[in-house]
Design a protein around this ligand. Sequence first.
Ligand SMILES: [Zn+2]
Length: 103
Amino acid sequence: MTRHYHDRRGRLVRSVTTREPAWTEQDRAEVIALAYYRRTELCPCGCGHRYADTTSPEETGPQFVASRVVCRARLALLEAQRAAETQDIVGGARLWHVRKVGR
Ligand SMILES: [Zn+2]
């Protein structure tokens, strides 16, 4: 909403625009809580699991099983980068992008 202020002669002297905040108090509280959770509850190694679980005794805590898949987007990028490897200085300045094609 924009409110216009005029002087005694009706000339516009000031316009003040107020907008709805993009984030509500609730949004801000939730983001702060999420950041706090990530900082205090999650394992700092980056595995994404709860610290209490990852550091629990092996006999009483949960078990962890590792598996793997290949990120095909990263693979395509690495293959393209390897194919383009040259000794010239341009290589370090190239900007690479991966886009999804089809489906
Ligand atoms: Zn971890």
